[in-house]
Design a protein around this ligand. Structure first.
Ligand SMILES: [Zn+2]
Length: 423
């Protein structure tokens, strides 16, 4: 099966065949990478970031910053770079053409054929990508904090990461996504990007989008699915824990709020940049590589604080519409209206004065205290699942705490193929 992804290009896996890695990598110089780079190696290896086959060099970064495209003209909005500190590079003496072994937690992750070693102008990149160099912006902080030099190069995974419970049940590669749609008979798939446990003001927009994405397909049997694709990456205090997000979303189908033949949950390893419009374009690109035909974009998609206007992301997506192989579905703000007695859209309901936007602090404090919200706000089954995930994975909280950051279980583990080589 040929998988067509972003830019109309084939999604290709870059993974060494099983059993080959042990002898190839045993003498390679090593470079330990951080979590963001490990995630992006895995993304490149499976094709989540297709057509990228490695980390960007200076020409690509310039092109992404200035033209919002790769040098060949393919739309691309966020630089994907690997940084290493100057001392390490000097000590190891990496040169162009060298093959180096990228390790994560000291386990072999990927082989990179070294291209260019260059100095990234992080302030300039931040200004272009985030539209601000304000250090209060978490994406700016992320970009500027990655000190040292950047190393470009093509990447090939040395093995497949082993996802740990409960993530193992939701791990789908791009290839697996395409197979899933074929098995379910989906011709259209609308992606829902999330970092949240679902309350009903998340659930209803997914349902609206399911109608929107079905377009003119017949409705006798389902031809359209909703794919909830969570992003799993660096966590900050106060975020929902990953386990509660993914299990809470899956519960929507377990409890029947979505039929199992119209709904699926998976995740992508990605460290949020909170780059608003440019990140919205990036999400569209990643979900194209998962075979999605439509992508929902709500109010202030991938934004943070008040750095972006509520519909800036929609405006940019409209500008690049012709270069996308996925159709954006734009949503307004949703709220629960006590007069309409339902979750509705700010574009429909004319009771703005009494509308309740319950995504804020009240719901958070209820979840922390274990107080069950009304079913109009959060489905009881979702609430129970989130409480169970708090106990099992969250050290008693559905939100990220210091205990969680220090002691949480691994999302994935890497095998060490060097151990399989007989001494
Ligand atoms: Zn109303």
């Amino acid at each position: 099966m040929k998988l067509t992804g972003h830019g109309g290009k084939e999604v290709v896996e870059r993974i060494l065949p099983g059993g080959m890695a042990g002898s190839i990598i045993s003498d390679m110089p090593e470079l330990e990478v951080d979590t963001q780079t490990a995630h992006e190696c895995i993304d490149i290896g499976y094709g989540f970031l297709s057509p990228l086959d490695g980390f960007m060099g200076s020409e690509e970064v310039d092109s992404v910053c200035e033209e919002m495209s790769l040098p060949d003209g393919t739309l691309w909005s966020i630089p994907i770079t690997l940084e290493a500190n100057d001392d390490t590079i000097r000590k190891k003496g990496f040169r162009e053409g060298d093959e180096i072994l990228l390790t994560y937690h000291r386990k072999p992750l990927a082989i990179m054929k070294t291209g260019e070693v260059f100095q990234l102008d992080a302030d300039r990149v931040a200004g272009k990508i985030y539209g601000t160099s304000d250090p209060k912006h978490p994406g700016v902080r992320r970009t500027v904090s990655r000190k040292g030099k950047s190393i470009s190069g093509k990447v090939i995974l040395v093995g497949e990461p082993e996802f740990q419970p409960p993530f193992d049940r939701f791990w789908l590669t791009p290839r697996n996504h395409f197979s899933l749609y074929r098995d379910k008979g989906w011709e259209h798939v609308v992606a829902h990007q999330t970092r949240n446990v679902p309350h009903t003001a998340h659930e209803w927009p997914m349902k609206y989008c399911w109608f929107a994405a079905n377009e003119d397909l017949s409705v006798e049997v389902p031809h359209t699915g909703v794919l909830v694709n969570a992003v799993i990456g660096e966590k900050r205090n106060g975020d929902y824990i990953d386990e509660a997000i993914i299990l809470g979303q899956a519960e929507l189908a377990n409890a029947g709020y979505f039929r199992k033949d119209t709904f699926a949950v998976s995740f992508t390893l990605w460290d949020m940049r909170y780059a608003g419009p440019r990140e919205a374009v990036h999400h569209a690109i990643m979900r194209t590589n998962l075979g999605c035909t439509h992508h929902m974009f709500g109010r202030d998609h991938a934004g943070v604080g008040d750095f972006y206007k509520p519909y800036d992301a929609h405006s940019l997506l409209k500008q690049v519409r012709e270069q996308l192989n996925i159709k954006p579905v734009f949503m307004m703000e949703n709220w629960f209206c006590p007069i309409c007695s339902e979750v509705t859209s700010s574009g429909l309901c004319d009771h703005a004065a009494t509308a309740q936007n319950f995504s804020g602090t009240l719901l958070r404090s209820m979840l922390i205290d274990g107080v069950q919200p009304t079913r109009q706000v959060m489905r009881p089954e979702v609430f129970q699942t989130v409480q169970a995930a708090s106990d099992t994975y969250g050290f008693g909280s559905p939100f990220v705490t210091d205990s969680y950051l220090q002691n949480r279980g691994n999302v994935f583990k890497l095998a060490d193929p060097r151990k399989e080589v007989s001494p």
